[in-house]
Design a protein around this ligand. Sequence first.
Ligand SMILES: [Zn+2]
Length: 404
Amino acid sequence: MGASQYRSRLFLLLVFFLFYLNAVGFSQSVNSVHRKAILVDTHNDCLSGQVLEGRDISVLLSKGHSDYVRWKRGGVDIQFFSVFTGETPRKKEGFYQDALQEIDSLNRIILRHPDKFDFATGYREARKKVHRNKLVAMIGVEGGHMIESDLSKLDSLIAKGMSYLTLTWNNSHDWATSAMDESGAGKTLIAKGLTDFGKQVVQKLNEVGVIVDLSHVGEQTFYDALEVTSKPVLLTHSSVWALCPVFRNVKDEQIKAVAKNGGVICINFYPAFISKSFVDAKKYWEGPGKDSIRTVLQQLPAYRDEAEILSKQVNLLVQQELAKNLPGVKEVVDHIEYIVKLVGVDHVGIGADYDGIGFVPKGLEDVSTYPKITAELKRRGYSNQSLKKILGGNVLRVIKANRS
Ligand SMILES: [Zn+2]
């Protein structure tokens, strides 16, 4: 080997080494800002799984998206646990009792594992309890139907530590209409928006320092609530309509109205709220695509007269096709960036909706993956100060403005 060959090899080696150093430096600086930031996720549905399936989120689980070990790997400091029950109550006693059951289950977890979980309401308490080895749990009640139009039940949920109330889930109820119904995707409505009682609820929440959550609500309810509220609001798990036009996402005018109110929109990771091409793929593969797979498989001897095996195989193939269309980290960050470009860096956060979503983006499979969001934002040139706001600082500001 001649001297010039040695030189060119040495040069290549040096280039690789510099690349390596650069990559290590980048990941160290991502890691450092991610760990220093107070990471707040405003929406997680694992309580329902825990109540209904007896899952124990204090240990590493192979099922679901969330548990203590993965939260801490993901650098999460404060997690809002969604207290949820659907349009039909699980217990005959009604929605309110379902809510109490979920709150009790969270309390039990915290009592059993004081080394891993802590509970907080309000800014000062949450901030004080943030700790490297603990997850601070806060309560968000997802759906005004759980107060059963009764202010004393609202009082009782407040006393139990509710930090936000989502005015509706997908179902409209006596005093507020939902995005699903207002958009025409659900029930036909006689009137839209907040009733006088609904306005009273918003005022009461303001008075006692519970945050008004406007995810899931219809546009009329959204604007009615903004008219009444004297405090900044959250949208705890909604994404951007302009990038993915579905009824659960928020339009530009709504984003501007939230910014004017001083509130924050926390991006939901659900692929069908992130990517229009995933929505289209889902529509096709759960409809005509699924039918054509079934028609082909039915011809094969292995599936003839084997209805159960056939339907399992059809579902498997549908899932495989959908997996090819899943958005990734970049598409989720596009939603964050859209809001930043429209109204600035002070009005966006994260509310991934883990354990409430049937699909997850590629690379964001569970609560351990938040550092990838930080890395992508850093790659796009966001300063450490902006990153800290997006990861949790903005939501903390809203918590503080509601209850210091
Ligand atoms: Zn939801």
